[in-house]
Write a protein that binds this ligand. Structure first.
Ligand SMILES: Nc1nc2c(ncn2[C@@H]2O[C@H](COP(=O)(O)OP(=O)(O)OP(=O)(O)O)[C@@H](O)[C@H]2O)c(=O)[nH]1
Ligand SMILES: [Zn+2]
Length: 355
């Protein structure tokens, strides 16, 4: 049954190496603050993290799309999550706040559907941002421009050209839930066992698109009323949805702000800005700061107009943002190292005293 949710022999092999006697595997389909819904081989279970997790995490904090190892509570259709299986891809962002912190939006996805609406939400600079995160996630980006019924032919052409200049070779679909434009085309991308996540701002039409793809009223099928851990009734929707044709779709909550997270060995910036990257490569000096150096290809392209100042500014801004996250992460690691040594030295001093 889990094959429907994308389970395969590779995952099985991975699971075999960590599986415990009463461990059950499943895919995380809905998450709230206190619990997760996991589709296991024995059915859909409500799961929680071990109490010790919050001060001593031993595995990746599970997110929607993750494959998790669950320990069944004796005699109950509930469990404790004990493992997260290594992810094949992961789409992250930086939670906007004082502290830099990665938030996993979706795990184990093949396609990152970058959803933007054709009207007021359309913002090329934001799209650049999403593209970096998509390339870094290890999934394939696909741009969906929703509410295409709201724009005319000339506006459409204009947008197409604009996107073509920043998203080289990334497939682009104008879609409409009103006219049904390209719903079938998007649906046909979602072959059985492939997972896609809908990523974008609030209100761009993600949930309506899910309905169109399901070709039915999703709320009827997928809304589940249930008791949460405090016995209160809450209505939640499934975030990971099986489509009638066999594809798997993750609907993510609309993101108000989208700040980048820097993955290890991140190549997202270079992949999203191959134009700038190529220019930098062509500068005469390896350490060119693209300022006053002779033979600077970036400056050259800017003055010729083959690289727009907006695009270059955006590159610099995103580069700075990524560098900031990296610096904060390094500081955090250093602080943790220091704390570790502090507690070791304290413990050894104590041991010496107690001799
Ligand atoms: N004109 C037009 N309106 C649409 C289309 N698709 C969705 N809408 C409208 O856009 C609004 C937002 O749609 P939702 O599907 O709730 O948007 P969402 O992206 O899921 O929003 P969040 O749940 O906040 O992330 C609703 O009023 C929809 O009726 C479309 O193709 N054309
Ligand atoms: Zn240069």
């Amino acid at each position: 049954m889990l094959e429907q949710f994308g389970w395969d022999s590779e995952l099985q092999q991975e699971w075999n190496t960590i599986k415990t006697e009463n461990g059950v595997i499943g895919r995380l389909i809905t998450q709230s603050r206190d619990w997760s819904k996991v589709m296991t081989e024995k059915g859909e279970w409500l799961c929680t993290l071990p109490g010790s997790y919050h001060y001593a995490p031993t595995f990746d904090y599970p997110a929607v799309g993750d494959w998790v190892g669950v320990e069944q509570l004796p005699g109950e259709e509930r469990g404790i999550i004990r493992h997260t299986i290594k992810r094949s891809s992961v789409f992250k962002r930086n939670t906007a706040g004082i502290e830099t912190k990665a938030q996993v939006i979706a795990a184990n996805i093949h396609f990152a559907f970058l959803v933007m609406s054709c009207n007021e939400d359309f913002n090329i600079r934001r799209l650049e941002r999403y593209l970096i995160a998509a390339w870094d996630s290890g999934s394939k980006p696909i741009i969906l421009l929703t509410k295409s019924d709201l724009i005319d032919e000339s506006k459409r052409l204009e947008m197409e050209i604009e996107i073509d200049q920043i998203a080289f070779g990334v497939p682009l679909y104008f879609v409409s839930n009103e006219t049904g434009e390209n719903i079938a085309a998007v649906s046909s991308l979602l072959q059985p066992n492939l997972t896609a996540a809908l990523l974008g701002s609030s209100g761009v039409g993600k949930s309506t698109l899910v309905n169109s793809l399901l070709n039915t009223d999703r709320m009827k099928i997928n809304t589940i009323r249930e008791d949460d851990s405090k016995g209160k009734h809450t209505t939640t929707h499934r975030e990971l949805i099986l489509l009638p044709e066999g594809g798997i779709l993750i609907d993510t909550p609309g993101m108000r702000e989208f700040q980048l997270w820097k993955q290890e060995n991140s190549t997202g910036l270079a992949e999203s800005f191959t134009d700038v990257d190529q220019l930098i490569f062509n500068c005469r000096f390896n350490d060119c700061r693209h300022d006053t150096e002779p033979g600077c290809a970036v400056k050259g392209a800017l003055s010729e107009g083959t690289l727009t100042q907006d695009r270059y500014n955006s590159y610099l801004k995103l580069q700075k943002e990524l560098a900031y996250v990296e610096r904060k992460e390094n500081e955090k690691v250093m602080r943790q190292e220091k704390d570790k040594w502090k507690s070791i030295s304290k413990a050894s001093k104590q041991a010496y005293k107690n001799r």
